[in-house]
Design a protein around this ligand. Sequence first.
Ligand SMILES: Cc1ncc(COP(=O)(O)O)c(C=O)c1O
Length: 416
Amino acid sequence: MKSDCESGGAPSRFASVNPYWETFLDELDLDMTGARGDGCYIETADGRVLLDCLAGFGAANLGHAHATLGARFTDALQRTSVNVFPFECAESQLALADRLLALSGRRFQKVFFATTGAEAVESAVKFAMTSTGRSDVVAFRDSFHGLSMFASFMTGNPFWTEALPWKPGNVHHVDAGNFAALEDMLASRKIAAVVFEPVAGSSAAQHWTAETSARLAALCRSTGTKLIADEVYCGLGRAGAWFGIDAIGMSDASKAPDMIVVSKGLTGGLVPLSAVLMNDGDFDAVFGAPGKAKVQGSTFGGNRLAMQCGLIVLDLVESGRLVDNAAAMGALIERRIVDRFGGRLTLHGKGLALSLTPAAQCDINMADVWLGLIDAGVLAMPNSASPDSLRLSPPLIFGVDEVECLMDRLEEALQE
Ligand SMILES: Cc1ncc(COP(=O)(O)O)c(C=O)c1O
């Protein structure tokens, strides 16, 4: 494909970054600029006001232009004269780690900080490989774990890797729910870790249940395989509980995963930050050997601004009772979908990690509904692993008025 510049058309505004993206957006009439955010709404440069049901891929859990977050983060920025200092463990790092461990009910004892979701998922896999001495990993089909090299191969959708001339031989995929295949794979005792999303972000918000997750945990435990919960999307309140594993009924310590990865909502979409929660044993296996005290990390892992931003965001999520709100609003959206669109649409997911699909035997084109929703003033998007469904991941501050607004605009989009 040629960019406009190459084909002699008007120069692309996106030329230096990605003109193909501009072409794609133009074709769908989606080329817009987010000029101003306010709570659950975004105003575009051409004056349209959109109800944001995406929240920056699920990161902006406090919505946009949150006044207290802005004021406290500005204050943190002004007080931070050294952001990255290699020979210390900053107070804010200890405080954020302690906060995350407390939120997990002290099921874990250590926190490893990284920058992106993919980096943290890959770090968790490195910890599992080092701890078990095993080489292979299992992930699920239609999952999403990020687009850095190894994470993109774990992501269970060949779309992301098919152009690459190399594939690692140690990543295996299985359909969620195919326990017979999983059992066979784990029986080889070569599998260091199984990576799963308690509530999936990219595949129609499919989620594990108390029963299936307990079976998964038991299988991993009996074969000495580490179980890693990728909660980059569903963690920290989005699924209506602090952790996705709690939202699906996997709270019992005997069924808990060995590691949980969180990111997106941790800093409200302001600065990149991710974290792996884990046990002393897996941590010690990596960092405890002589000379290995810094064997995993990255330049910005644990930087003070990100740590302070995380602390502020967790404070605001907690004081605003936004985890309960996510559960309540998710339940309200579900009831309203059944009342108004039952027979036409079904809703999947937990809390505000949601997905809309056409009801069985209902011939609705969700791509049309998506574009109709944007015309009607709602930001949503198709799920990458199941494009016939629409992702809804609004800010956790979503309220009753926003739910009603979404329903009215959905009605408009369905009539188009
Ligand atoms: C479940 C899950 N894991 C990992 C990632 C990768 O996170 P990042 O884009 O920050 O690398 C994502 C991003 O969407 C995600 O949804």
